[in-house]
Design a protein around this ligand. Structure first.
Ligand SMILES: [Zn+2]
Length: 367
């Protein structure tokens, strides 16, 4: 009977969708990039959690859309903006989401802490995970009317967490199933440290009316893990792991589809992980900026005072001309002394691949 009712409702909504020309989605997944805007989340030496989260969220959404065009992908944010926690859950509830994936990165005072973990809403061994719940929940204090929005919930008071004890999520089993698949991918396919599937009192999960997980991809406070998370191989590896877990959850027992991005190699052994961290370090180069010009200048122009193979970087209306290509800051400083004889105001600049980054950041990244 119930099934017949559901069928009827499905057919009616299908007809409505056809009539008003709306695409009918059989399944909706909401991807939530944690933090954003004025709230950077966890801060590493160079990486910002909000940036890593957004990158992973968008990449994951693209993978799901490519493999399953029938799935509607909704993001809680697609840019660097601040979204209150309750709005994130509202987005999932309004779109009648079938799955909610919140993506985060972790930090700890203990610099050695590392590994990936996936959380579901729950109270089992809640005390063990109180710190992380408090840290992630405390972002609500940045919301102007948080006391009324969260009915007096104080993210930093242990008492506030007692109310979670009374809550029983209807979606616990499915949330646990998906969380387990994510962790399995992280550990088996990507060789990340395993902190397991855990339960904690995250406000963002409390308010969603569907299976929901919160993924902590790794620790930006751990030097090697931060490098891994910020490396191209690391980024794609993390997203691919979540995508594969989604595939197994969405279509149990079926082969995970091959994606265009599968041609990009990701580290699957400890040596490859070390290598990808090493690559991230060696992508850093230093150059000597000799002058800027509004005009593009030929390489052979006498204004280079005999310096060969100068390159330029366009910055707004300016062409910034540079000389040299050094692997270390020390090497660049030495070169600067020589170049100063011709261009006395020349400065050292740094690049991460093609992107110019502050010299300080480059030095930090290479440590
Ligand atoms: Zn976070």
């Amino acid at each position: 009977m119930n099934c017949m009712m559901n069928m009827k409702r499905y057919i009616v909504s299908l007809l409505v969708c056809i009539a008003i020309g709306m695409p009918m989605h059989a399944y909706t997944v909401v991807i939530d990039a944690g933090h954003g805007g004025d709230d950077p989340g966890a801060i590493g030496r160079v990486a910002r959690e909000k940036v890593l989260n957004l990158n992973a969220a968008l990449q994951l959404g693209e993978m799901i859309k490519e493999a399953y065009p029938e799935v509607e992908v909704i993001y809680t944010r697609k840019t660097d903006v601040f979204i209150p926690l309750h709005q994130r859950a509202d987005i999932a509830n309004k779109s009648k989401a079938d799955l909610f994936i919140s993506i985060h990165a972790n930090a700890s005072d203990n610099r050695n802490a590392s590994g990936a973990e996936t959380f579901v809403l729950g109270t089992e061994r809640m005390e063990d995970n109180l710190d992380i719940a408090m840290r992630e929940n405390s972002v609500i204090k940045m919301e102007a009317d948080y006391q009324s929005s969260y009915e007096g919930f104080d993210p930093n008071s242990i008492d506030s967490y007692i109310m979670f004890d009374l809550l029983q999520s209807d979606y616990m089993n499915q949330s646990l199933q998906f969380a387990t698949l994510v962790q399995k991918q992280f550990v088996d396919s990507l060789k990340r440290g395993d902190r397991g599937v855990r339960q904690a009192a995250f406000l963002v999960l409390l308010r969603t009316a569907c299976p929901s997980v919160l993924i902590e991809m790794g620790f930006v406070s751990n030097r090697d893990e931060e490098r891994f998370l910020a490396s191209e191989a690391g980024k794609i590896g993390i997203t691919r792991s979540i995508f594969r877990a989604f595939s197994q959850f969405y279509k149990p027992g079926q082969v995970v589809p091959v994606l265009k991005s599968d041609s990009i190699k990701v580290p699957t052994t400890q040596e490859q992980i070390t290598q990808s961290i090493q690559e991230k370090k060696s992508a850093i180069t230093y150059k000597i900026q000799i002058f800027s010009s509004r005009n593009k200048i030929k390489n052979t122009d006498p204004c280079f005072l005999g310096l060969k193979n100068c390159t330029y970087k366009k910055d707004g209306v300016w062409y910034k001309y540079m000389y040299g290509n050094c692997k270390t800051y020390q090497e660049a400083k030495k070169l600067q002394e020589t170049v100063k004889k011709k261009f006395k105001d020349c400065i050292v600049v740094a690049f991460d691949g093609d992107e110019q980054i502050p010299v300080k950041k480059a030095i930090e990244l290479q440590k």
